[in-house]
Write a protein that binds this ligand. Structure first.
Ligand code: ZN
Ligand code: ZN
Length: 348
């Protein structure tokens, strides 16, 4: 053996051999934070040179909204196939579905159509897509209660601003990254950011913070909160008052949230400064820490039960608190253990 042979790449030959005989697909992409399994599958297909519309045959599934359906339920045989082909473990794949920790009643239904006021199955934040090294779609963008981005505080979109088509990457027949509109090719990262008021952002974050599946399941007021969230268009009044929250587009749901959280929509409060100060101090005694999800679920459910011009309806032991007062208190509170400062979240 020569000196050169002593440094022969014995290990690298073995590694190359393993690659040759491996069942794995040539390129594996790592799941990203809060990524939907559908988004990961679209990136995986693109990285391996297969359009999403053709990738459905690789998985042996029916066409249509095949990847969006996997977000709701990932069959064990598909999870095992993906594990064998990518090395991403089934429990990690399961964590990318929607069945783990999000209330199913609040998910946007699986549909995509051109009626501008109707809900679409998925929303996006153009700023998030712009900042992503590999643009991807988040799990929480599937919730009907979400209308703003946690990171950027801007309003979400559910349609391409160029052709008003919904996101339909599962139908992409070309080899194109998923942040381009399937219908017209518009780069969704360029989508302008629509306005959303700071109070509506606070309502959005408040709901998002307390509305985990576990918290809802453990609170006796969980089912009532779900019902009242779904009835937000009715509580808000106005154009969409006969609709369910999950049936409305992001713009229509924002309209309802703006009406609910807008001070001009409620009777004028003529209280003096001292009276308002006393009220604020009284509220601080009544409001639990943000980490007490159970208490917040009851407070929010009661606050959302109030229709404009009617008294607060409380079904619990606590007196009913107006939604605006509740949101004001929430925005001014310190976070519980492990939670981010509310002001930091809402960007005010
Ligand atoms: Zn964002
Ligand atoms: Zn388009």
């Amino acid at each position: 053996m020569t000196t050169a042979d002593a440094h022969a790449p014995a290990v690298s030959i073995r590694e190359r051999y393993r690659d040759v005989v491996s069942d794995r697909w040539p390129v594996t992409v790592a799941p990203q934070a809060d990524e939907l399994v559908s988004s990961w599958l679209h990136r995986l297909a693109y990285a391996n040179g297969v359009p999403p519309k053709a990738f459905v045959r690789v998985l042996g599934l029916n066409p249509g909204m095949w990847s969006a359906a996997l977000d709701l339920r990932l069959p064990a045989d598909i999870a095992n196939l993906l594990y064998a082909k990518t090395g991403v473990a089934p429990d990690r794949l399961a964590a990318m579905t929607l069945s783990q920790d999000l209330p199913g009643q609040l998910l946007l239904p699986l549909r995509y159509n051109r009626d501008r006021d109707s809900s679409a199955w998925l929303q996006f934040c153009s700023r998030c897509l712009t900042e992503d090294a590999q643009p991807y779609f988040r799990r929480r963008w599937r919730l009907a209660t979400r209308v703003s981005c946690t990171q950027h505080g801007c309003r979400l979109r559910d349609r391409c601003p160029s052709c008003h088509g919904c996101i339909a990457v599962f139908d992409q027949a070309g080899l194109v990254p998923q942040h381009y509109c399937v219908a017209c090719g518009y780069d969704l990262r360029r989508a302008p950011v629509p306005y959303i008021s700071p109070t509506t952002r606070t309502l959005d974050r408040c709901i998002d913070n307390i509305c985990s599946l576990e918290a809802i399941a453990h609170s006796p007021f969980g089912p009532m909160l779900i019902r009242r969230l779904l009835s937000m268009p009715s509580a808000a009044g106005g154009y969409y008052s006969t609709m369910m929250l999950t049936g409305l587009s992001t713009a229509a749901r924002t309209y309802c949230a703006e009406r609910l959280s807008s001070r001009s929509e409620w009777p004028v409060d003529y209280a003096t400064y001292d009276e308002k100060d006393r009220k604020a101090r009284r509220l601080r005694h009544l409001i639990p820490p943000t980490s007490d999800h159970c208490a917040w679920i009851e407070l929010l459910a009661n606050a959302l039960g109030r229709r404009r011009g009617r008294p607060v309806v409380s079904e619990g032991n606590e007196p009913g608190i107006k939604l605006l007062d509740l949101l004001g208190a929430y925005a001014g509170m310190r976070p519980g253990p492990g939670r981010r400062l509310v002001q930091e979240l809402i960007g005010t």
